[in-house]
Design a protein around this ligand. Structure first.
Ligand code: HEC
Length: 127
């Protein structure tokens, strides 16, 4: 194989290799979502990078609240749990992300069962 043959082989390899790389990147991205459980919207990486050292993302995704509420949690962790001061831009992107994707919820528990779905109370059905 001459030089041009080698070049051709190299070019042939580039195609599948590039495709493979893209497929791998894609795989690792969806793996990240599965592994972190974070909604993949703007700012999720900041949360992943700054908020998962001490506890899992479940601590975050099970919570909800306004921007102020999220800010107060960060302040609380900084005051009592050893969370370092965050870069202002990073903190802003974290707060935007959390308030947008894990914002205030009207109800954080499911509603109670309707009366027609409740079991009889033994004393009331007793003869
Ligand atoms: C330095 C360690 C550390 C880091 C980093 C950290 N946390 Fe925490 N966080 C804690 C500890 C400790 C708790 C309390 C855990 C427990 O109750 O078991 C906590 C609790 C929480 C809670 C629950 C608060 C509550 O009211 O129950 C939320 C929400 C939270 N963290 C969000 C975050 C977010 C968002 C970030 C990123 C900005 C973050 N954490 C980064 C240490 C940390």
């Amino acid at each position: 194989m001459g030089i041009s043959g080698l070049k051709m082989a190299a070019n042939l390899l580039k195609g599948p290799f590039a495709l493979g790389t893209i497929a791998l990147l894609h795989l690792s991205a969806s793996y990240a979502q599965e592994a972190t459980g974070l909604i993949r919207e703007d700012g999720w990486q900041s949360v992943q990078e700054n908020c998962t050292r001490c506890h899992t993302t479940q601590m975050i995704t099970q919570n909800s609240g306004s921007r102020e509420v999220w800010k107060s949690r960060i302040v609380w962790m900084q005051a009592t749990q050893g969370l370092e001061q965050l870069n202002a831009n990073v903190e802003a992107s974290i707060l935007d992300y959390l308030a947008t994707n894990y914002g205030p919820r009207a109800v954080s528990r499911r509603a109670g069962l309707g009366e027609h779905l409740l079991p009889d109370i033994p004393s009331s059905s007793a003869k």
